[in-house]
Design a protein around this ligand. Structure first.
Ligand SMILES: Cc1cc2nc3c(=O)[nH]c(=O)nc-3n(C[C@H](O)[C@H](O)[C@H](O)COP(=O)(O)O)c2cc1C
Length: 451
């Protein structure tokens, strides 16, 4: 049999209690409320590396979900991404107990100036030996903008324009300021770094200005592996230019295929090799020793889930307050300034609150795969073959058992099908993912920046 392509496998998590599948913190075996302890994260890192996961993908928001019911009532009671701690600080601890696991860390570009952010990511890339990725987010919460003294979010497309400018500046800092051989560490000559091989960058963009030398010496990957999740037209244009991994959420295989093809075509139109772009979908898995054990486990989880907390999450993502809606009332078609693709998808299928609550039975909005390891593996292969995705971000349910179950039951079945690795490749996160070099590939916007 011909060798099958191996999937990209990420664990989707967040430095908080309730991430995607809300309400499960009430399950007696759930330990997500231990998120403030380092042991919680180092144990997760070890489990993921045992299962040969490519990365822990750490989501983040920098505001609160205060759209549903016009406040944070449900959000606080159900810990819907509140409280939420800072994501990048988890990485060194998780890296210290692993050798291969990568990290996809979400950082909102609105949070700080690209000059200081470039150093933070370069530091992580150094400390992890080149195992860092960045999930580029532009923000969708008015609450986040108000919290740092602004009147509200910029317009949807302006946020992407700002992100383009931010990336152009970051590429100069990461790629152009220091030559590869700038650091000499030559004791005899008393030259640690050669000033002739270090230059100031100059950036005068529509949103950011910077003149200066990058603070960090080149890290193994220089630019971290770039993840992005925009699905709107403008979001896809941004992904086509910058993203190496694009995260999509698709309700069925046809929708996944459309999104994956659209992204690859957009990357080709932007002059890139489409095979340099991995499309990764969100998926929730509930596995059991037998099919009926898996169904029982799902039913047990659903009893602890909070679909209303899911609505509070959805409300913030879509910008629509669903609290006042009747169960069967059609949801507003007014355009929103939040996640455009979420609103458009809900409007296209004429979703009602009753339908959303049913979809949110386990609190989340990702497709669900339930069954034995072999059944789940077959379903994942189907998403790859028919949905044309390259891999998965698995949402957490009751943790840590969801990760332990996946590693024990599903990973061997995936390996049997030849769609999951049996050992890690050596090298950086980028080399492991693409089987090529450590640095951004030729043809990528970041390689053409020019200081
Ligand atoms: C599956 C998925 C995961 C996302 N994760 C985050 C996240 O962790 N933090 C965040 O601020 N935005 C997150 N977003 C929002 C995106 O970064 C982006 O703002 C949004 O998808 C914009 O969408 P649009 O281009 O469709 O309007 C996520 C979006 C999707 C679809």
């Amino acid at each position: 049999m011909a060798a099958r392509r191996e999937m990209v496998l990420n664990a989707f998590t967040m430095n908080c209690v309730g991430h995607i599948n809300h309400g499960l913190w009430t399950h007696p075996r759930d330990r997500s409320a231990d998120y403030t302890s380092l042991d919680h994260w180092t144990a997760l890192a070890r489990t993921l590396e045992r299962g040969l996961f490519d990365a822990a993908f750490i989501a983040d928001v920098s505001g609160v979900y205060d759209v549903y019911g016009g406040g944070i009532g449900v959000t606080a009671r159900e810990a819907v991404q509140l409280p939420v701690n800072e994501p990048t600080l988890l990485v060194p601890a998780m890296a210290a107990v692993t050798r291969h696991l990568g990290f996809g860390v979400t950082v909102n570009i609105a949070g700080e100036h690209p000059y200081t952010f470039a150093r933070r990511m370069a530091t992580l890339d150094h400390l992890t030996g080149g195992r860092v990725g960045w999930n580029i987010v532009t923000g969708y919460l008015d609450s986040a903008a108000r919290a740092v003294g602004r009147d509200g979010l910029d317009g949807h497309d302006t946020r992407y324009d700002r992100a383009d400018d931010c990336l152009d500046l970051l590429y100069k800092l990461w790629e152009d300021s220091w030559d590869d051989d700038a650091v000499r560490r030559d004791r005899t000559a008393r030259v640690y770094a050669d000033p002739a091989k270090i230059r100031a960058i100059h950036h005068e963009g529509p949103f950011f200005r910077s003149a200066g030398v990058a603070l960090s010496a080149p890290s193994p990957q220089r630019t971290p592996v770039l993840f992005q999740a925009g699905s709107s037209g403008r979001g896809q244009l941004f992904a086509a230019r910058h993203a190496e991994c694009v995260f999509i959420s698709a309700p069925d295989r046809a929708a996944a295929r459309r999104a994956a093809r659209g992204l690859r075509e957009a990357a080709a139109a932007a002059g890139r090799d489409p095979s340099g772009l991995k499309v990764i979908m969100g998926l929730t898995v509930v596995a059991g020793e037998t099919a009926s054990a898996a169904r029982d486990r799902l039913a047990d989880y659903v009893r602890h889930a909070s679909p209303e907390a899911g609505l509070a999450h959805f409300g913030a993502g879509s910008g629509i307050d669903l609290a006042p809606y009747g169960l069967d009332e059609p949801i507003s078609t007014a355009p929103s300034n939040a996640i455009r693709s979420t609103t458009e998808a809900a409007q296209r299928r004429g979703a009602t609150k009753r339908q959303l609550l049913a979809e949110l039975a386990l609190g989340g909005r990702y497709p669900l795969a339930v069954g034995t390891g072999a059944e789940v593996a077959a379903e994942m292969e189907g998403w790859m073959d028919e949905g044309e995705v390259d891999g998965f971000n698995l949402t957490r349910t009751v943790e840590p058992e969801c990760w332990e179950d996946f590693v024990a039951l599903v990973v061997p079945a995936l390996q049997e099908r030849g769609i999951h690795k049996t050992s890690y490749r050596e090298g950086t996160f980028r080399r492991k993912l693409f089987g090529r070099g450590d640095r951004l590939p030729a043809g990528h916007a970041g390689r053409r920046s020019g200081a």
